[in-house]
Ligand binder design. Structure first.
Ligand SMILES: [Zn+2]
Length: 226
């Protein structure tokens, strides 16, 4: 369905209505919710486009988006390495102390005959976030340098598919809820790893939100066509 449409860019970045033209090199995006087609060729730097019919988010145009993603991914990987290397938290009650690291939580599940749960937990809080961050880093560096290797499309598909399976923020909210309950039963000392994982969660979310799907595919396709 192709039709002339207006779009709501954010705040005072104005309406870019009637921008649809017959030219083939226009940047068009279909609303993922209602399929209405929009022309976002003239979207100003820093502006966000939303569907004028259902209000669904379409895309954000940031000229320095890939540099932001690169910085966030490098910092996130450093924080994840710190989170795996240091104690996550320490419990003490009635003279007994127990220190736990993130890899140890997975091993505890494994040793208690819950291998599937151990694999799921390790995948969602460590392995998938690490793989997604590395893939986002490679993608953003490649796009920043205007390279177009043969695997670029596959990498783009992998990044945007795997992002749906990363649950770092869900895990962190779960930890905070558990802490409130455990704090009533034992003394808890939050370790370096806890704060590092909190920083990783923020940096990872920052990288994901800055890596705009439409902007990335526009660039991937443009480089492939050169
Ligand atoms: Zn819509």
């Amino acid at each position: 369905m192709t039709q002339a449409a207006s779009f709501q860019a954010d705040a005072d970045t104005n309406s870019l209505s009637d921008a649809v033209a017959g030219s083939t090199d226009r940047a068009r995006i279909a609303c993922p919710s209602c399929d209405l087609l929009f022309d976002v060729t003239d979207l100003p730097d820093g502006a966000t486009a939303n569907c004028s019919r259902c209000g669904n988010f379409l895309t954000t145009n940031k000229s320095d988006a890939f540099e932001r993603v690169t910085s966030a991914c490098i910092a996130a990987l450093v924080m994840l390495a710190v989170a795996c290397a240091f104690p996550f938290m320490q419990f003490s009650r009635a003279g007994l102390e127990n220190t736990m690291t993130l890899p140890q939580t997975v091993m505890e599940l494994w040793n208690n005959n819950m291998p599937w749960l151990a694999i799921i937990v390790a995948s969602f809080i460590l392995i998938i976030p690490a793989v997604v961050t590395i893939c986002m880093l490679v993608l953003s560096i490649t796009l920043t340098r205007n390279h177009s290797p043969s695997w670029l499309r596959q990498l783009g598909s992998t990044v945007f598919h795997l992002q749906n399976w990363s649950m770092v923020e869900v895990f962190f909210v779960g930890v905070l809820v558990s802490l409130v309950k455990i704090a009533k039963m034992a003394t808890i000392v939050l370790g370096t790893s806890f704060w590092a994982y909190a920083a990783f969660t923020v940096l990872f979310t920052l990288a994901v939100t800055n890596l705009d799907k439409f902007q990335s595919w526009q660039k991937i396709e443009a480089l492939a066509a050169e």
